[in-house]
Design a protein around this ligand. Sequence first.
Ligand SMILES: Cc1cc2nc3c(=O)[nH]c(=O)nc-3n(C[C@H](O)[C@H](O)[C@H](O)COP(=O)(O)OP(=O)(O)OC[C@H]3O[C@@H](n4cnc5c(N)ncnc54)[C@H](O)[C@@H]3O)c2cc1C
Length: 308
Amino acid sequence: MSVLVLAEVDGKTLKPSTYQAITAATYWGLAIDVLVYGKDLDAALAEASTISGVRQVLHAQADHLQHPLVEDVSDLVMTIASDYNVILTAHSVFGKSLLPGIAARLDTASITDVIAIEAPSHYVRPSYAGNILAHIDNHEDVQIVSVRSTAFRAAERNGNAQIVEISVPPSRAVSRWISEQLSHSERPELNSARVVIAGGRSLGEQFDSLLNPLAEKLDAAIGATRACVDAGFAANELQVGQTGTIIAPELYIAVGISGAMQHIAGIKDSKVIVAINHDPDAPIFKYADYGLVADLFSALPELNAALQ
Ligand SMILES: Cc1cc2nc3c(=O)[nH]c(=O)nc-3n(C[C@H](O)[C@H](O)[C@H](O)COP(=O)(O)OP(=O)(O)OC[C@H]3O[C@@H](n4cnc5c(N)ncnc54)[C@H](O)[C@@H]3O)c2cc1C
């Protein structure tokens, strides 16, 4: 009886979401093994072996896993799946792509985007853009689960797990990795930032020039609405919301954002929400702890000056 957590490696180290997935895995009270796959994994393995609550770190190394592809990782997981009662991963882009195929091959269901595990195999997950919380009892023999990272705290590091090498099946070569384009930023990452300042389409071409100085002063990540991204004022990866990144910062500042439910779905776990909008009836004010009814083109420079 044990739980398998599928880790994700970011360059050399584990992604923070792996720590949060391990916290979720502790709810069963079973032994936890972590599968770390890729190439040149020394740093990630050393890290994983010190995470509290982990029994074993399964080390799957192969050239073709340098840039892991869903089919190859799915094949790898299938070689050990029968040893586990629960297979769990973060609800990341990769986790989302991976789990349905594994569930299908095990002829079972996957429960995705879980925000709470209230008892072993009893899950809470949002639906309808977070307006409904579904409680699910899953009676399958194997539980295939992805968890929303912001809903779980990160596991601590005072463990000493054994590292065990496992064999890796050959690549299926049905798809291949070509290249990766990453945008580099000095700003904190959107999904783990303590402060996020986000803008809507009303910022227009001044999106960067108005938000950057404030983000700098507040050490904040920058976010955007989908309307703003669609209009080309902000990069795609800045989108916050139901179909963008889901965040839970300590402080969220919404500038010129109407407060559509698809946007709120991504921010409602923020600890403090501040809204600046010139329309006193904008829906965002229903969710805001602090609201400023003002024109953003004067309010932002004033705020910037006040923070000098
Ligand atoms: C399936 C689906 C998924 C979606 N997913 C997402 C998602 O992940 N994230 C997301 O954000 N949206 C998402 N949307 C879009 C969402 O429904 C809204 O259209 C979008 O959030 C609106 O963005 P906005 O607030 O920038 O624009 P608008 O709705 O146009 O609002 C602009 C706001 O700016 C205010 N404003 C204008 N000028 C000023 C000024 N000078 N000073 C101060 N305030 C000003 C206005 O009063 C208004 O409230 C999704 C929609 C669908 C259908």
